[in-house]
Each structure stands twice: as structure tokens, then as C-alpha cells.
Ligand binder design. Structure first.
Ligand code: AMP
Length: 434
């Protein structure tokens, strides 16, 4: 069992046809959503310089990167997320394009996570980035895209967990706590380790007042945005930066309410994400009964500048295709293969094989899914096999058909068959499959 020929590498999966189809359909929905919002697709490399990917990904994710030297001695890594690549692409190739820039990408990502339900070492995301606007409506647009995508999956009860990194960082910065300590605190909050986070804050010199404020913030989990921002405002009283950030959160949530998007929210003031580049609104998407995020995103206003570009605000979201497929199957929402005609062309003699290929090619040209019998089965066995595999029509070609220039068409559902010319058969099949 331990042979490398009998198993995939731990954390890596084969996707069988139904799973691959579900994945591609979700990707299709994501691409269609991108089109409707004016997001153009870009394709970035799977392999990037380690330093680029590691710069702002956060300690936890950094330790889980697939890092290696290529044959040229470069230290490279498999991408664990898209945003760093997008920021690099914008800085080097699109910096002076009119703003906003709306980009979409999708593909596989790699993290050496501990494999478990919904957590793999190779997984897929659909990613949307809105670059050039620092305004609340840009944040709302990203929420709105996420919502539209989720609506199209049919998933019920999904909600957005929302927070604002600016509030927490504003508070800590006011206390003179440096970026490294702030990052360590954010990492702990991402793991819901509130007490450890408080401990680091204390050790980094946070005042008693600051600790009290943090504790209050960690308690805030509100479905009503007004109530949430009111409580946050009260807690951060006197901390200018944090007040400004809370005002920004309030403005975004107000717009969300005015937009009638009817987003289901849980505003959590102590919520942080593992990625280090966030500066403003952050969010994750959940469904009831599954405590892993289906997607996540937020504002990252300084990343493009950090990578050498002009100061450029930006925001985005990554939707986890694998987990969304899992959630759908938990809710009984599997994609059903569409009812469509499937034709099997069966040559009854050696001489008919060439014509069978010709006929199949004409059928495919007419848009009909067509297989040719390639197992050399006799007709009875071939028909049995056709039944088993959901073939709707068979076309039989023997010496009589060859002589007459016709084919025998059998409707597998009614078991009727008739010998007709090919044009008639194509017409019949097309009329009888939709
Ligand atoms: P992140 O890039 O960490 O913001 O993650 C965005 C989304 O990607 C998450 O909400 C998940 O849906 C998905 N994701 C992240 N890590 C994994 C993983 N190891 N396996 C499957 N999906 C993942």
C-alpha cells in the first residue's frame, strides 16, 4: 500500500468525473459573475519568487508554503494565494491603467495545511480584485460579487462574518505597539486565541485601558450593523485611528443596508485574518453547520505600494471552490448532469468502421455527443452496454446500410428502430433529445 504508484501525495486529490464537473461548473459560475461585473480574467504563474509570496502572507501561511530551488538555483514557491501575484502584475504591467482595475482569476493553490474535512494541500479559488478605489462602495462591490456567486450556488443560510483590521491595528498603534507584535496578535485572533492575543498585547506594553477595550471588542458579535458599530464606537472612544476605522466600517455597512442586497451579517469586532496585508474591512463567508470559511476577503491598501507601485487602495475576495462544492453536497445541492442526448455508433462489420467514424463526425458537427463502439463488441452486447451507460440513441451500420447509403437509428428509450438516411437521423436525434 505504500507504493508511490497506489496513492496520491498526502493532501492531494484526484477529482473523479462528477467532482471535476462540479468544480468546473463552479468555476463557470465564477467566471460568469466576473463578466457581469466587468472583471477581466488574468492568468498568473503557479510558481513565483518565494519573497513575493512570503512578504505579507502572515506567519502561519508562510510556514506552510511549498518552497523549493528550481534548477537555476532560484528560491521559488507554489502560490498559496493569488493576491500577491495580482499586486505584482498590477505594479509591473498595469500601474498606469485607468482606475479602477477589475481583475478575476481562478486556479489551484498550495498550502501544507493539515489535511482534514475541507482542508487540502491543493485547492481551488475564484478570486476577484478591485484596484484603485479606497471608497466604501468598492468594499460593497466585493461583498456584492460574493453574494451573487453564493446565490447562484443555491446554498442556503450563508452569512458574512465581518470585521475591520483598522480598528484593532489603530488601537494597538496608538499604544505604540509595533507592526511585528500587531501581526502576532492578528495571527492569534485569526485562531480565536483571544487570551493569548491579550497576553502579547500586555507584554508589548498595552495599557490597562487598551486591554479593557480589546476585551470589549472581542465580545462584540452582532447581526445588526447599527448596534455593532455603536458598541464599537463606544469601546474605542479616545483612540483616533480606531474611531476613523470604525467610521469606515459604519459607512460600508450603511451602504450595504441602502443597497437592498440583504446581506446576512455577523459583525465581529475581534475578528482578524491570517493574511497580513489587510488594512480595512475583512470578511469571511460561512454556512450553518460548517465551521470552516467558504471564502474570505478584505481591503489591502498598502500592498501595491509595498511591491514598488504608486500608493493604490485595493480590495478583493477569494472564494474557496472546494469548500463551496462540499457545502453544496452537504445541502443536497449536487449538480445533476444535464439530460442530453448521447449517441453510440456501432459498426456491425469491419468495413463499416470507417463510415462509423464519418457518421460520428457529422453528428458531432451538429452538436450531438457521439461515441463510437471501439471495443469490437457484437451488436447485442453493444446495445446492452449502451443501455447501461445511458446512451439515448444508437446508430447501427452493417453491410445492408452500407449498400443503401443509410443507417439504422434505434431509440434506446422506446426501442423503436428505423433505417433512414443520415440527415433524417440527425434531425430526429436533435428533435428528440432536448
Ligand atoms: P484565504 O486565502 O486564506 O483568505 O482563504 C480563502 C478561502 O480559500 C477560504 O475561505 C477557503 O474556502 C479556501 N481555502 C483556504 N485554505 C484552504 C485549504 N487548505 N483547503 C481548501 N480550501 C482552502
Amino acid at each position: 500500500m505504500s507504493s508511490p504508484f497506489t496513492r496520491t501525495v498526502r493532501g492531494m486529490r484526484d477529482l473523479l468525473p462528477d467532482e471535476a464537473e462540479a468544480m468546473r461548473r463552479l468555476e463557470y459560475i465564477a467566471r460568469e459573475t466576473a463578466r457581469l461585473y466587468g472583471y477581466r480574467e488574468v492568468i498568473t504563474p503557479l510558481v513565483e519568487h518565494y519573497e513575493l509570496l512570503a512578504a505579507k502572507i502572515g506567519e502561519e501561511n508562510r510556514r506552510r508554503m511549498y518552497v523549493f530551488k528550481d534548477l537555476g538555483g532560484r528560491r521559488v514557491a507554489l502560490r498559496p494565494e493569488f493576491t500577491a501575484s495580482i499586486a505584482r502584475l498590477v505594479v509591473t504591467k498595469m500601474m498606469y491603467k485607468p482606475k479602477p482595475i477589475r481583475l478575476f482569476c481562478t486556479g489551484s493553490l498550495y498550502r501544507y495545511d493539515e489535511p482534514q474535512f475541507g482542508r487540502y494541500r491543493e485547492f481551488w479559488q475564484a478570486n476577484y480584485e478591485l484596484i484603485g478605489s479606497g471608497r466604501p462602495e468598492a468594499d460593497l462591490e466585493i461583498l456584492s460579487i460574493s453574494r451573487d456567486f453564493m446565490e447562484k450556488t443555491g446554498l442556503e443560510g450563508y452569512y458574512f462574518k465581518v470585521g475591520h483590521v483598522g480598528i484593532l491595528r489603530g488601537l494597538l498603534a496608538h499604544e505604540g505597539i509595533g507592526e511585528d507584535e500587531q501581526n502576532a496578535i492578528m495571527q492569534l485572533l485569526d485562531k480565536k486565541e483571544w487570551n493569548k492575543a491579550l497576553e502579547i498585547a500586555r507584554r508589548s506594553g498595552a495599557s490597562g485601558r487598551c486591554i479593557k477595550t480589546l476585551k470589549e471588542l472581542f465580545e462584540i458579535r452582532e447581526e445588526k450593523p447599527n448596534k455593532a458599530t455603536e458598541r464599537i464606537m463606544e469601546s474605542v472612544d479616545g483612540y483616533e485611528e480606531a474611531i476613523r476605522a470604525a467610521g469606515n466600517l459604519e459607512a460600508i455597512l450603511k451602504l450595504a443596508e441602502d443597497s437592498s442586497l440583504e446581506l446576512k451579517l455577523s459583525v465581529e469586532a475581534g475578528f482578524a485574518r491570517g493574511l497580513e496585508y489587510y488594512t480595512g474591512l475583512i470578511f469571511e463567508i460561512y454556512v450553518p453547520g460548517m465551521d470552516i470559511a467558504l471564502g474570505g476577503g478584505g481591503r489591502y491598501d498598502r500592498l501595491i505600494e509595498l511591491f514598488g507601485g504608486e500608493p493604490t487602495p485595493a480590495t478583493g475576495v477569494a472564494l474557496g471552490i472546494d469548500r463551496i462544492a462540499l457545502a453544496m453536497s452537504k445541502q443536497g445541492l449536487e449538480f445533476k448532469a444535464e439530460e442530453e442526448g448521447r449517441v453510440l455508433v456501432i459498426p456491425l462489420t469491419e468495413e463499416a468502421v470507417g463510415v462509423a467514424f464519418e457518421v460520428s463526425s457529422i453528428l458531432r458537427g451538429a452538436g450531438v455527443l457521439t461515441e463510437v463502439e471501439v471495443m469490437g463488441r457484437r451488436v447485442t452486447r453493444a446495445l446492452q452496454d449502451a443501455d447501461r451507460r445511458g446512451i439515448t440513441h444508437t446508430i447501427l451500420i452493417g453491410s445492408r446500410e452500407l449498400k443503401e447509403g443509410k443507417i439504422t437509428l434505434r431509440d434506446m428509450r422506446t426501442r423503436e428502430q428505423k433505417t433512414i438516411n443520415l440527415e433524417e437521423a440527425v434531425k430526429y436525434i436533435r428533435e428528440n433529445i432536448d
